[in-house]
Unconditional design. Structure first.
Lengths: 472, 171
């Protein structure tokens, strides 16, 4: 149990752990003191000087990111002296900043803009020309650097040193020539590189994927859960639906981490094809699908995806286990849905919610086939009909084998190879188009919300299962 | 909410209204009054005496209409000295446009100091309200509006949409 201390910030009594900095304690209490270099996961080098505050009893303003809270400390972050100090720091940051907000992607969510409008509003006394540096330098597959916009807060170099531990970036030169750059011979290519665009408080590091697609003020944010792997990181889905000609017509513009600080590149950039290859309309009435299921209930195998929500799994169980008493299930991820993992976030299982199925006994009590045994069963004629939920057996087993089936029903958001072969196609919503819950590998149940309207006839999977069951 | 009913009595018609002739004469009286008042005012103006100006009809299209000094008409996109369009595709005009008649998509500019340029720039003059906010918002003076009279008419709605090539043509 750490000792608590009480100090005063702008006339308000705040509690802090002993040794915690004033800036951190204020942020925890929901009070914003301007800052660039401090980040809760990247430490406090104290080089940006934006968090200057007035401390009673000291003659000069102090940086609150390196000022430990102690009992009886009286801090003012809004006093005229503190504001003057912060404004001067901001003015120095903007000395060589090109002020190219109109073409900068960060515009609208930029720390410089926010603090200028919030505390700055000074009239610039700078008479010299701005210094120029490298612009539009592609650092790696996801990030592009503009050295002119950089304020040298060193968040990015600390990220590659402490979090991704890949050390691609460094600060080179001294004084006026100081600049962030790639370590010679390296490219910024680590599994977490996309985070640099998030942590950069200005427009120096921007996202190549998002670059020039849509201005940030046209985006809507929805709380969601990343379906990229079984970690289930909380994310914020930024969607562009107000003006369809932006973002190349795609509705999903970008994903940002929400509760956690980071998001891996696989999750961040894995869903840019969200709107492509979608199933459009329902091609046959459900009653026809029902009677086909009835006739084939003995030789039916069900291939289910780990992207079903907990709600979907429940309806799935009720239809296939309780009602149709299907014996053969396959829950194993496709070979390319198993990838690399690391200690930070990424998990091997690249589907979000097999755990939710396991909680209902799928893959534990109800055994799963393997892809090989399913292939053998189809080849041997033991399985003559297949119900596929958002999986692509045609890709794994080959199209030729699936031609042996008498009945192939495909349910899912995207066509894939299997969708093209299926006799019945049931369009389902994808995760951003429905409300639901995912259970991650730790058993944590997390809610995701609907961000977009379903395309075509798409409906949530649980509704399709429930409708099929209701008529049987 | 309960419907409010208000009973209104019909105006009663007297004998004069019912025989119509008097009403026709009264109506013609108004027409002739305007005719003679205007005639007098035009004659007074012609011989240089003071008085209110007479009503005028413009003989459009033989005589072009005279626009107010503050009138703004068709949009023009401007070019840099090197001939490239000035527009950096910042989308401020599209954002401020109250009629939502501007549609811009952006792309990388080959010039690294320019960075961003417009790939397409469409203005739907059928929706434009000619408020001039786009001109005000532009940070690089890339868009201006004509002040002289331009006949904005076409046979279809699609033809009212001007693309970048058309907007870049000098007036």
């Amino acid at each position: 149990m750490t000792k608590k201390v009480t100090f005063t910030l702008d006339g308000k009594a705040l509690e802090a752990r002993e040794g915690q900095t004033v800036l951190e304690a204020a942020t925890d209490a929901g009070i914003m003191i301007p800052h660039y270099c401090w980040h809760r996961s990247l430490g406090n080098p104290g080089n940006c000087r934006m968090c200057l505050v007035e401390v009673e009893g000291t003659p000069k303003p102090q940086v609150s990111c390196r000022l430990p809270a102690r009992e009886g400390l009286v801090v003012k972050s809004l006093s005229p002296a503190a504001k003057r100090a912060q404004t001067s720091a901001l003015e120095l940051h903007l000395v060589d900043h090109p002020l190219d907000c109109p073409v900068c992607d960060q515009s609208g969510e930029c720390g410089l803009q926010d603090y200028y409008m919030g505390i700055g509003r000074y009239v610039s006394v700078l008479r010299e020309d701005k210094a120029h540096a490298k612009k539009r330098q592609v650092l790696g597959p996801h990030i592009v650097l503009d050295q002119e916009r950089c304020i040298l807060c060193t968040r990015c170099t600390r990220f590659v040193a402490q979090i991704s531990k890949s050390h691609e970036l460094g600060i080179f030169g001294r004084g006026h020539n100081e600049a962030v750059d790639l370590v010679p011979g390296r490219t910024l290519d680590n599994p977490y590189s996309g985070n640099l665009a998030d942590i950069c408080p200005v427009g120096a590091l921007t996202d190549r994927d998002f670059r020039f697609q849509v201005r940030v003020w046209y985006l809507d944010e929805t709380e969601s859960i990343c379906p990229g792997c079984s970690r289930g990181c909380p994310i914020s889905a930024h969607t562009s639906t107000q003006r369809p000609w932006h973002n190349k017509g795609r509705r999903l513009a970008r994903l940002k981490p929400r509760v956690l600080d980071w998001l891996c590149d696989e999750g961040r950039y894995g869903f840019s094809d969200f709107d492509s290859d979608r199933l459009g309309r329902l091609t046959a009435p459900l009653s026809e699908v029902r009677s086909a299921l009835q006739t084939h209930r003995d030789d039916l195998a069900v291939v289910a995806s780990g992207s079903l929500s907990n709600e979907d799994w429940k309806a799935f169980k009720s239809l296939f286990v309780d009602k149709l008493k299907v014996k053969r299930f396959l829950f194993t991820p496709e070979p390319d849905q198993v990838g690399s993992e690391d200690e930070l976030l990424r998990r091997r299982e690249k589907v979000p919610n097999l755990e939710g199925g396991r909680a209902l006994g799928f893959g534990t009590e109800i055994k799963s086939l393997t892809w090989e045994s399913l292939g053998q069963d189809i080849a041997g004629g033991r399985v003559r009909s297949l119900y596929v939920v958002d999986r692509d057996p045609a890709k794994v087993l080959g199209e030729k084998l699936l031609h042996k089936l008498e009945l192939l029903i495909y349910q899912g958001p995207r066509m894939g190879k299997t969708g093209g072969l299926a006799r019945y196609r049931l369009p389902a919503t994808d995760w951003l188009e429905e409300n639901g819950h995912f259970t991650n590998f730790q058993g944590k149940i997390q809610e995701y919300r609907q961000a977009l309207k379903p395309l075509g006839d798409a409906r949530p999977d649980w509704k399709i299962f429930a409708d099929l069951e209701a008529g049987l | 909410m309960a419907m409010t009913v208000k009973t209104v009595s019909r105006p009663s018609r007297g004998l004069l209204e019912q025989i119509y002739i008097w009403e026709v004469v009264r109506g013609l009286g108004i027409t002739f009054r305007h005719f003679f008042v205007n005639l007098t005012r035009h004659i007074l103006a012609l011989i240089g005496l003071p008085g209110k100006p007479g009503a005028a009809t413009i003989q459009y299209p033989d005589v072009p209409a005279v626009l107010g000094a503050r009138a703004r008409t068709r949009h023009r996109l401007l070019r840099r000295e090197d001939g490239a369009p000035r527009c950096t595709s910042c989308l401020l005009c599209e954002t401020i446009c109250p009629a939502r008649c501007i549609r811009i998509t952006a792309e990388e500019s080959p010039d690294v100091m320019v960075e961003k340029r417009a790939k397409t720039f469409d203005i739907d003059l059928g929706m434009c309200v000619f408020c001039g906010h786009c001109v005000e918002a532009c940070p690089v003076d890339a868009i201006r509006m004509d002040v002289d009279f331009v006949e904005l008419a076409s046979y279809s709605r699609a033809d009212m949409i001007l693309d970048m090539d058309e907007l870049l043509k000098p007036s």
